[in-house]
Write a protein that binds this ligand. Structure first.
Ligand code: NAP
Length: 281
């Protein structure tokens, strides 16, 4: 089934979780989807989901040099990208002091640099056509923070900042940029996809051990339904005036509200110091 206003989506990481649900939702709504996967068997499964409209693209988003040619080839087959969804990413768990610089670099490579490289590949076409929407899947962890996933939160804060600033750079070209920030969703994120640095400093036992076991126990029980997230994505991309940031889930809303209150209170408590630093203050 194609619809008259069918659009071409490019969604990274459609092999599982949110990416798979986003792709299924867009295909069910009659759109075309270029979906990135890292394994040939996932490419085959994705192509079979909607022959002729599901276009698999084998790509690791950290292979930045391969991205421009891969996107160009996919666009020749499926048409110009109207909506880019930078969804591929993973979580690193480990106390900062226990984790390596390589852990940090890998985390930012997938969660920040990959989405930037993907955006750079589609922006010239979107600019030429004076329309397009880039949706960066961040996280509530890109606004609130949790101990034990410090590198992950850092990467999602970075993507939030890039997303918001990029939106201001390209708004006059008719291009919209939204950070889509999910709470906890039932995907492979906390299971097979999570990169867990082995524990090494006993001082952190009281902080890290409960966090690690709680997250492992919760995997598969998270409240968020990926198919409902997909419906939210479709509403987002159909909006006349899409938001800069959209949180998904009751948990995200509650935690974000708490952080905003705490931030306001802390800013007020230190306001005099903040105002004291200009010449002549
Ligand atoms: P998931 O089920 O583990 O799916 C992650 C997807 O990203 C998989 O398709 C995976 O491919 C792909 N991927 C990971 N690294 C990649 C790379 N370097 N290049 C290309 N593809 C890569 O987890 P998910 O929850 O759906 O995650 C999707 C996004 O949502 C992530 O950005 C995640 O941080 C974010 N998020 C998730 C939650 C949550 O609670 N689930 C909450 C907030 C934000 P493979 O199958 O090849 O591994």
């Amino acid at each position: 089934m194609t619809v008259p206003d069918a659009r071409t989506f490019l969604i990274t990481g459609v092999s599982s979780g949110l990416g798979r649900a986003f792709a299924s939702g867009a295909l069910a709504a009659g759109h075309r989807v270029i979906g990135t996967v890292r394994r040939a068997e996932d490419a085959e499964a994705f192509a079979g989901a909607a022959p002729g409209r599901a276009h698999p693209m084998v790509l690791d988003v950290t292979d930045y040099d391969a991205i421009p040619a891969a996107v160009a080839a996919a666009e020749r087959e499926a048409g110009p990208v109207d909506v880019l969804v930078n969804n591929a990413g993973y979580g690193h768990e480990g106390a900062l002091e226990e984790s390596s610089m390589e852990d940090l670099q890998r985390q930012f490579a997938a969660n920040v640099f990959g989405p930037v490289a993907m955006s750079k590949a589609v922006l010239p076409g979107m600019r030429a056509r004076r329309r397009g929407h880039i949706v960066n899947v961040t996280s509530m962890g890109g606004f609130i923070t949790m101990p034990g996933i410090t590198f992950y939160c850092g990467s999602k804060f970075a993507l939030e900042g890039i997303s918001e600033a990029l939106g201001k750079e390209v708004a006059s070209f008719g291009i919209r940029v939204t950070a889509l920030a999910p709470g906890q969703f039932r995907t492979d994120w906390a299971g097979r996809s999570m990169d867990r640095t082995p524990r090494s400093i006993s001082d952190y036992d009281a902080v890290m051990d409960p966090i690690r076991s709680a997250r492992q126990a919760k995997s598969g029980q998270q409240p968020g339904d990926p198919d409902r997230a997909a419906q939210a994505l479709l509403r987002l991309v159909e909006a006349e005036d899409p938001p800069t940031r959209l949180f998904l889930g009751e948990d995200a809303l509650g935690l974000v509200a708490g952080k905003l209150d705490a931030m306001r209170a802390e800013i007020a408590a230190w306001e005099a110091v903040s105002r004291s630093t200009s010449y002549g203050a």
